[in-house]
Write a protein that binds this ligand. Structure first.
Ligand code: HEC
Length: 115
């Protein structure tokens, strides 16, 4: 029984510790999704999109929290500060995880950090 508690404790601490650190699988998938669709605007920062190299802009995004960002990508951004993003970034066959991974990838590449 004591071991069970220890296991649960270790699991929770590890989950909390690594919550902001994407796994390699997430980053690999994120990169693939980015290269398929998001790069069109987010590589160089076309039409107000945050360029993948723009740490300041990605930090501003990251501070909104991952679930808010996934929501924005799914629904698109029409009343943004910088420009307009089409719903799903135009990727109609992408799943929620794909958006999540692509966001994690861009935050990671930009050097910004997710809280
Ligand atoms: C047609 C261009 C375009 C494409 C393609 C595109 N985006 Fe965007 N994206 C934008 C623009 C412009 C903004 C800035 C909107 C604003 O804040 O004014 C934006 C903002 C965002 C944000 C910040 C949302 C927020 O809540 O502030 C995230 C996250 C994001 N894009 C992720 C993605 C992902 C992931 C993909 C690929 C699946 C993608 N984008 C594809 C143009 C694009």
């Amino acid at each position: 029984m004591k071991n069970m508690f220890l296991l649960v404790f270790v699991f929770i601490t590890t989950t909390l510790l690594f919550a902001g650190t994407p796994t390699k699988a997430e980053l690999d998938n994120g990169k693939a999704v980015f290269n398929k669709i998001c790069f069109a605007c987010h590589r160089d920062g076309v039409a107000g999109a945050a360029a993948i190299t723009n740490k300041k802009r990605w930090q501003e995004n990251a501070d909104k929290g991952l679930s808010t960002l996934v929501h924005s990508v799914k629904n698109g951004v029409t009343n943004g500060k910088y420009g307009t993003m089409p719903p799903k970034g135009g990727c109609m066959d992408c799943k929620d995880e794909d958006f999540r991974d692509a966001i994690l990838y861009m935050i990671h590449e930009s050097g910004a950090t997710l809280k």
